[in-house]
Design a protein around this ligand. Structure first.
Ligand code: PAF
Length: 282
């Protein structure tokens, strides 16, 4: 398995080793790989001749310095996990300087309002950082398809919007959330939870499953009140937001139309660790 640290070496290798019709799958990650990432990589291996995985903790998408400092960095273990897949896979693990060339700044994007909802309200500048790095990586790797998990559903829709607007020739593929047996959505941040916190955190998914049952029976306001009560009564969490939103606009709704697709979105704190999850409602 090959690991490249510079754009130049990666591009040179790709130019010399992928004939014109070779399909390239791309899985961008920030490392601390878990089974959710591996399932994206496995899907890319099935769909494409060659798979490129980037491992890069992107500073411009962190709006909180301590979150950036504490983000797990486990390159050796990540490489080990990828090597067990034993397929035609390439890792791109650049330094911050290699990507930002001394100017660690995000571009400003207009994602037609998708960036102002939910995560956008609570993490100012986050999606400009995501847009900046994903665009740069897509320009470097020039993949046929790129794979993103649905846990960050807002990010997935924003990447789709960025690709539509920039006309980058890549197909964006969303993949279902990979969960622990308890239901907790897999996330690199889960490594910061203790075993007992992990057990308690399955409450998030249990609540979302209950929301799915209530959807269409209770109205949106009743469901939101119920969720707020659940979290107010649970000492382990602080609820940041719970929204029921239109899947395509990501705008919160108060009434439901049969022709539209809806999702519930949640962000909670367990001590200082922020966890998000989402579930499709219809
Ligand atoms: O979802 C992530 O891990 C990151 O936001 C991404 C897409 C790799 C960009 O840094």
């Amino acid at each position: 398995m090959l690991i490249f640290k510079t754009q130049e070496d990666l591009k040179k290798h790709l130019a010399e080793n992928s004939p014109e019709k070779t399909t390239r799958g791309f899985v961008p990650t920030m490392g601390a790989l878990h089974q959710g990432h591996l399932s994206l990589i496995e899907k890319s291996i099935i769909d494409n001749d060659l798979t490129i995985i980037s491992i890069f903790v992107n500073p411009t998408q962190f709006n909180n310095h301590s979150d950036l400092e504490n983000y797990p960095r486990t390159l050796e273990a990540d490489v080990e996990k990828i090597s067990t897949l034993n397929k035609n896979v390439i890792i791109f693990a650049p330094s911050v300087d290699e990507i930002y060339k001394g100017k660690t700044l995000a571009e400003e994007f207009d994602f037609d309002g998708l960036e102002h909802e939910m995560e956008g309200k609570h993490r100012p500048g986050h999606f400009n950082g995501v847009g900046t790095i994903v665009k740069r990586l897509l320009e470097i790797v020039e993949p046929t398809r790129a794979y993103f998990g649905e846990k960050d559903f807002q990010q997935l829709q924003i990447v789709r919007k960025m690709v539509e607007k920039t006309k980058l020739p890549v197909q964006i593929i969303g993949q279902p959330i990979y969960r622990e047996p308890s239901g907790l959505a897999m996330s690199s941040r889960n490594t910061r939870l203790s075993e007992s916190q992990k057990k308690e955190a399955s409450f998030i998914y249990q609540t979302l499953k209950e929301v799915q049952k209530q959807f269409g029976i209770k109205n949106v306001a009743e469901i939101k009140n119920w969720v707020e009560q659940q979290f107010n009564n649970n000492p382990y969490f602080k609820l940041e937001y719970f929204e029921i939103a239109d899947e395509s606009t990501l705008k919160s709704v108060t009434t439901i139309e049969n022709s539209k697709k809806y999702r519930a979105f949640i962000a909670v704190f367990m001590n200082e660790i922020r966890l998000i999850d989402t579930i499709s409602l219809n």
